[in-house]
Ligand binder design. Structure first.
Ligand code: HEC
Length: 128
């Protein structure tokens, strides 16, 4: 897990450092909401595929007390925990009001794929 988190960190540094054509993350966050900064450096296209195949079964409708994707009210406090916490809880699974299975129940997913899916969910669910 450490490995993927530091890979993501390096990625986002790369993103900012080499962003000649891109807006600096801080600037786009100020303009476009905090989500764009949070999820920069993740592969959101891959995240959407992983999400559709492995996570939407619960999260699309908020089944089993899961936070519904796109529901900012359900997500704001969760997002405040930070990406690293959201990702590690998604990889390892956890139980609070409901049961979030490790990797959404699909052990074949890599940590990176789970991280991308979380980033996709955050991007869809952050308050706009
Ligand atoms: C079997 C249903 C189910 C599936 C499939 C599932 N989740 Fe969840 N997930 C939950 C539930 C239930 C919760 C809420 C647990 C709680 O906070 O009580 C949750 C919570 C979360 C959270 C919020 C964590 C937090 O700290 O608040 C994230 C992020 C998340 N899931 C990501 C994923 C990802 C990524 C996938 C697919 C790889 C996935 N989930 C698949 C049921 C599911």
């Amino acid at each position: 897990m450490k490995k993927i988190l530091s890979a993501a960190a390096i990625c986002s540094l790369f993103f900012i450092g080499c962003g000649g054509a891109e807006e600096p993350a801080a600037e786009s966050a100020a303009e476009g909401g905090a989500a764009s900064e949070l999820v920069s450096g993740y592969d959101l296209a891959n995240g959407m595929e992983i999400y559709e195949a492995n996570c939407a079964g619960c999260h699309a409708e908020g089944a089993l007390s899961s936070p519904k994707t796109g529901d900012a009210e359900a997500w704001t406090a969760r997002i405040e925990q930070g990406m690293e916490t959201l990702i590690s809880k998604s990889i390892e699974g956890y139980t609070a009001e409901g049961n979030m299975p490790a990797k959404g129940g699909n052990d074949a997913l890599t940590d990176e794929e789970v991280a991308n899916a979380v980033a996709y969910m955050v991007e869809q669910s952050a308050a706009k």
